[in-house]
Design a protein around this ligand. Sequence first.
Ligand code: 6PG
Length: 248
Amino acid sequence: RIRPELVVLADADAVADEAATRVAAAMREAVAARGQCVLALSGGSTPRRLHARLVAMGAEALPWAQTYIVFGDERCVPPDDSASNFGMARETLLAHVPVPDAQVLRMEGERPPADGAERYEATLRALATRLGVAEEDALFDVVLLGMGADGHTASLFPGDAALDETTRWVLDVCAPATYAPRDRLTLTLPALSRARTVLVLAGGAEKRDAVAHALRGDADARETLPVARVRGRARTTWLLDRVAAGHA
Ligand code: 6PG
């Protein structure tokens, strides 16, 4: 197991600053090296601060015109539903940066889940073909991940059978009853692992136990939380505030 890189920062703003710096560098590097960048966004609330910083850099500061936006997961709701991860990304980032519409590849949460999963898998495979990315190569330049207090990441929940998937890139899953909406679409571990850079952002006291568990990475794979089973091409970097890291 390659130990993840741990970066502990003062608070949520510092985490967002560091994340924005790293995302910007990875975008520039990808476009310089390969002519385009594929950026996978995460959902929930943590990304809002990061998105605000990417927007504040200025529309022309980053190579948005050469960037493809994909999503790590989506709730099965229409885009204008307040629970939609695409809706949050559109409101906080995509409406403010010049990514061509055709390069924003959203998961269709408004479709029946199984159909939405199949269609997104086809969308990602078409993207890989268009970019000339071979099966074993990284498709995503940056994968952004969060983690719930229960240790889920994207919409991969601890103990869920979706974690055993080895070939499909997108699955429809049912979140635990504590989560609404329960029907979700999610990238699988094999898909999330097709990343050059994986950044996990987590902050706040409610994440502390899950962070400690994920970083412990028990020997038994089934005991290891989903995020600890994402194997990007490079080391995964955790950007944590002091509270989530258990330092405060
Ligand atoms: C989702 C997200 C999920 C998120 C965690 C953390 O659809 O819920 O993709 O994986 O990253 O739930 O969410 P917060 O950032 O709101 O704590």
